[in-house]
Design a protein. Sequence first.
Length: 168
Amino acid sequence: MPAMEYQRSLAGVAAVWIAAGGLLGAAFAAEVRSPTVQVDSAWARATVAGQRAGGGYVRIENRAATADRLISARSPAAERVEIHAMSMDGDVMRMRQIDGIDLPAGGMVELKPGGFHLMFMELKAPLQAGTRFPLTLRFEKAGELAVTVAVETPGAPASVPRPDAHRH
């Protein structure tokens, strides 16, 4: 095989290898584990042009025998990521920033519409349905975990079955 043809063949194999790695990475991005914390079903609602903030949701399971705490988050998709709680005060919905979310030992916490959630503040670009972006969650004991957030349509209800919502 001539040298030029061999180089093209290697380039083709490398491209297939890289593409397969990207697909495998996406397939496994649905669930991230540390020795003690499992994170899955990370998603955000799509935003419209000019919208400066968006909501994010995720399920976190603490498999440790001791409690932990989600203390912060960050993403290149936004200037900052805040942890929020939502509650109803009569007919008024109230949302407030909080300093963290307790994760009970052996327990699970779901950040979802109408409760605890993440707010992506000062979005750098609209969140477009069908895309994904990175998010890093920081825990008091488990440290940092990087996850991939899937962006869903703007009107996606809280109960939409997520394609990655299975548990292992």
